[in-house]
Design a binder for this molecule. Structure first.
Ligand code: ZN
Length: 309
């Protein structure tokens, strides 16, 4: 086992990114869980997919930081989702996206079962504010919320059915959300010099915690201000890519979602760029483990709550 860990922890060219932060960026652990799922015809989620309805898990991550403790990346669905989508027009969301959820599926319950007290969670990084990523936020009363400012500002400009159409249910945010909100600060941006890292598609990263441990990358298009999270585990680098692709097969085989899925996207051109960036990362850095929030393969492989990859 030790040998395997040593092998996987071999130096990656991506380490240069962490050197850029100027901090002795600590390595973290990564655990993936699922918090509910929905169903869609496969062809909506991936080009060339079949007509059959497939289960699409809502994954979230628990990142173990050696000093700051557990940091969540998104939260999946929760019971609150059903209360919020009971009245119209929000009910349309549930009609278009049939959600399967048992009480034990919430992020808080999953974490408790794995030995993490939800009240001990101090930080949740939010990839974007779609309901299937933020429905569990109210279950973490002590957490601060870290995110790209535009991700929320763009949603709060929407009202009524316009917000529902974009997947935003404001009632999912805790009453005291603003008091606990920590949008990324300008000084957390780090420019990636041209030529530093051949094949790396981003010109900037964001040092989310200020110690170089979690680097956000911009993956807009599916939602404004969507981010992914690059992290370095003992076993190698990983990218939590949120909804920039809905499965590993999609970016591996260059099969983006159908035009129908584009209806919910505010910026399809940006989505195409983000999807291309994922493909570039996958091809240039084969040692990078990429986890998409709704990937059935990732769920099978990782969502046991064990340390991965
Ligand atoms: Zn999603």
């Amino acid at each position: 086992m030790k040998k395997e860990n040593e092998l996987c922890g071999a130096r990656s060219p991506l380490d240069r990114l962490w050197e850029l932060t100027g901090a002795a960026a600590p390595r973290v652990t990564l655990r993936i869980f699922s918090a509910g799922s929905c169903r869609h015809p496969e062809w909506v989620t991936i080009r060339g997919g079949s007509l059959r309805s497939v289960r699409i898990p809502a994954l979230f991550a628990c990142i173990g930081h050696p000093v700051l403790g557990p940091v969540l990346f998104d939260t999946g669905y929760s019971e609150r989702f059903f209360a919020e989508t009971d009245p119209f027009p929000a009910r349309l969301y549930r009609m278009v996206t049939p959600v399967e959820f048992d009480p034990g599926d919430s992020a808080a319950r999953r974490l408790a079962a794995a030995g993490f007290d939800p009240a001990s969670i101090r930080r949740v990084v939010v990839s974007h504010f779609h309901a299937d990523h933020v429905a569990g936020l109210r279950d973490f009363p002590k957490a601060e919320f870290l995110y790209e400012r535009e991700a929320l500002d763009s949603m709060r400009r929407l009202r009524g059915i316009g917000a529902v159409k974009r997947g935003f249910l404001p009632g999912l945010l805790p009453e005291d959300f603003d008091a606990r909100a920590r949008p990324f600060a300008p000084e957390s941006r780090i420019e990636v010099p041209e030529g530093l890292l051949p094949g790396f598609p981003f010109r900037r990263v964001t040092d989310v915690l200020g110690d170089g441990s979690l680097l956000a990358v911009d993956l807009p298009g599916h939602a404004y201000g969507q981010i992914g999270l690059l992290l370095r585990t003992e076993r190698g680098p990983a990218l939590l890519c949120a909804d920039a692709a809905w499965s590993e097969a999609a970016y591996r085989e260059n099969r983006p979602p159908s035009a129908l899925a584009g209806i919910i996207m505010p910026d399809r051109r940006a989505y195409a760029d983000s999807f291309r960036a994922l493909r570039a990362l996958h091809e240039s850095f084969p040692e990078l483990t990429i986890v998409a929030s709704h990937c059935p393969e990732a769920e099978r492989r990782y969502a046991s709550g064990q340390v991965c990859p």
